[in-house]
Design a protein around this ligand. Structure first.
Ligand code: EPU
Length: 429
C-alpha cells in the first residue's frame, strides 16, 4: 500500500499547469459512444477515472489508442451492442451513469450496471430516469443492472428537472442528441463541463443550444461524425492550488485556466485576504498576510462549487475568527471534518452546516482520505500544518488529480509517496 508523507510548513512558490477537467473528460469520453467515427480528444487528464472509462469503451468493442500522454483516439463505430454491464468498472466512478444516456442514445436501449464514485451521501438517479421516461423509455432495475428500453421508440420531449442535477442534465442531452425533433431541458445545470460536452457533440454534428443557461435545446440529428476536440482546464484543480497557497502562504502562477470559470472561487479567496491577479489564461495567487474568516454556501454553478467545500474548510480552520460553511448540494459532504479534527481543527457540524473556529495552527497527524476532495483538503492541511502528516487511502486522490504530488513538489511542497505494509498484510505475510 502507499501513503503520502508530508512535512508541513513550507510556503509554495513557482508555476504549475492545470490539466484537463476530469468531469468534462469523463462525460466527453463516454459520449463518443454516440459517434460513429474517429474522435481525437486532447488535454485528457492522466487519472484513474479516465483509465476506467477507456477500459469500459474497450470492453464494449471500441478502438482506443493513446496518441500521446494527454491525447486519445476513440472509435466507437463497431460497438458490440447496448450491454455495458461491467460492475467491476462502473462502480469505480460516478460518471459511469453517463453510459445510460449514451448507450440509450446510440442503440435505443441500454443495459448498464450501477455506478459508484465518491460517497457523499445518497446519490439518487430519479431525475435521470424521469428524463429517459419523458423521451419514451422504460427503466427497470434488476440484479444490479439498469435496463432501459423503448419498445415504441424514443420521441422528443420537454423535461423540467425537479432538482438541479449535473449528471441528469448530461444524461438527457446524451439520450436526446440522436432522437429526431426538439427536446427541451428546463432547470438544467450550467456547469462549464456541460457546456464543454455540448461543444464537443456540436463539433461532431449535434445541434445543441443553450448549454450554460438553464434551458438547453437539443435538436436530434440522425448521426454524429468524428473530429478533433480539446478538453477545458480543470477549475477544481486550479481552485485546489489556490486554496493550497492560501493555506501555506507564498506566491504561485497557475497556468492553463479559464479565469471566468474560477470567478466564484477567486472572489471568495480575495474576501479571505488572498491576492488573485488575472493573467488571461493564468492566475497569480499570493498570500502574504493573515487569512480572514468568511461564510460559504455551496451551490450549482455559478455558485461556489461543492467540490471546493473541503479545501475551503481547511482555509476556514486557519483563518482568524469563526466561519460558516453551508453545504447546498450533497447530503454528506462533511466526512472530511473528522480527519481535520485529528489535526487540531475546531469544527462543529450540524446537518448541512459546519461552524469552523479558526485555530492558530494545525498539527501533523495520521489521517485517511474518505473521498477525492477530502484527499485534496488533507494535502492542503498537511502542507500548512506543523509537523508530519501521513495520509492513507490516496487512491481517492489519484482518481481525480493528474500528477498531484509532482505538481505540488515542483512548488516546493516536499511530499513523499511511501510504500508500506498494513497490519493485515503483515499478519498474512
Ligand atoms: N440528485 C437527485 N436526483 C437525481 C440526481 C441528483 O436527488 O436524479 C441530487 C444528488 O443526490 C445531489 C444533487 O442532486 O444531492 C446534485 O447532484 P448532481 O447530479 O448535480 O451531481 P453528480 O452529477 O452526481 C457531478 C460531479 C461531482 C460534483 C457534482 C456537483 C461528475 C462525474 N461528478 O456529480 O463531482 O460534485 O456534479 O457539481 O461530474 C468530484 O469531482 O469530486 C465530484 C463529486
Amino acid at each position: 500500500m502507499r501513503k503520502y508523507v508530508i512535512k508541513g510548513g513550507n510556503e509554495l512558490h513557482g508555476e504549475v499547469t492545470v490539466s484537463g477537467f476530469k468531469n468534462a473528460a469523463l462525460a466527453i469520453i463516454t459520449s463518443t459512444i454516440l459517434v460513429e467515427g474517429s474522435c481525437i480528444i486532447s488535454n485528457i487528464p492522466k487519472i484513474s477515472d479516465v483509465t476506467v472509462h477507456l477500459e469500459i469503451l474497450k470492453r464494449m468493442g471500441a478502438s482506443v489508442k493513446l496518441l500521446d500522454d494527454t491525447t486519445v483516439e476513440i472509435n466507437c463505430a463497431h460497438l458490440r451492442g447496448s450491454r455495458a454491464a461491467f460492475d467491476d468498472l462502473t462502480r469505480k466512478t460516478r460518471a459511469s451513469t453517463y453510459l445510460m444516456g449514451a448507450v440509450l442514445g446510440r442503440f435505443g436501449s441500454a443495459h448498464v450496471s450501477m455506478s459508484g464514485g465518491c460517497n457523499l451521501g445518497s446519490r439518487p438517479i430519479d431525475q435521470h430516469i424521469k428524463g429517459f421516461e419523458s423521451l419514451g423509455a422504460k427503466v427497470e432495475i434488476r440484479n444490479g443492472i439498469i435496463h432501459i428500453t423503448a419498445p415504441d421508440g424514443m420521441h422528443p420531449a420537454r423535461i423540467y428537472f425537479d432538482q438541479r442535477t449535473v449528471g441528469g442534465t448530461i444524461n438527457v442531452i446524451l439520450a436526446a442528441v440522436r432522437v429526431p425533433g426538439l427536446t427541451i431541458i428546463e432547470n438544467a445545470n450550467k456547469e462549464p463541463h456541460i457546456v464543454d460536452l455540448a461543444n464537443f457533440l456540436n463539433a461532431m454534428g449535434a445541434e445543441i443550444s443553450g448549454a450554460g443557461t438553464d434551458v438547453i435545446k437539443v435538436r436530434g440529428v440522425h448521426k454524429l461524425h468524428g473530429g478533433m476536440y480539446s478538453i477545458i482546464p480543470d477549475q477544481i484543480e486550479a481552485g485546489t492550488f489556490m486554496a493550497a497557497v492560501a493555506a501555506t502562504g507564498g506566491e504561485i502562477v497557475i497556468r492553463n485556466v479559464i479565469p471566468k470559470h474560477l470567478e466564484c472561487i477567486s472572489t471568495k479567496m480575495i474576501e479571505m485576504g488572498i491576492e488573485v491577479v488575472d493573467l488571461d489564461d493564468a492566475l497569480l495567487v499570493r498570500r502574504t498576510g493573515e487569512l480572514r474568516r468568511t461564510n460559504v454556501k455551496t451551490m450549482p454553478y455559478p455558485g461556489y462549487p461543492t467540490d471546493m467545500n473541503p479545501q475551503t474548510g481547511v482555509l476556514m480552520c486557519l483563518a482568524r475568527g469563526t466561519s460558516i460553511m453551508t453545504e447546498g448540494v450533497f447530503q454528506d459532504r462533511f466526512r472530511y471534518v473528522d480527519e481535520l479534527r485529528r489535526m487540531g481543527a475546531h469544527i462543529q457540524v450540524d446537518g448541512q452546516i459546519a461552524i469552523v473556529e479558526g485555530v492558530h495552527n494545525l498539527s501533523g497527524a495520521p489521517v485517511q482520505c474518505c473521498d477525492l476532495r477530502c484527499g485534496a483538503a488533507l494535502i492542503i492541511a498537511a502542507l500548512a500544518a506543523q509537523g508530519v502528516t501521513e495520509i492513507g487511502n490516496i487512491e481517492h486522490v489519484e482518481r481525480g488529480y493528474d500528477n498531484m504530488v509532482a505538481k505540488f513538489n515542483s512548488l516546493g511542497a516536499g511530499i513523499e509517496i511511501v510504500e508500506f505494509q498494513d497490519e493485515e498484510e503483515l499478519a498474512n505475510a
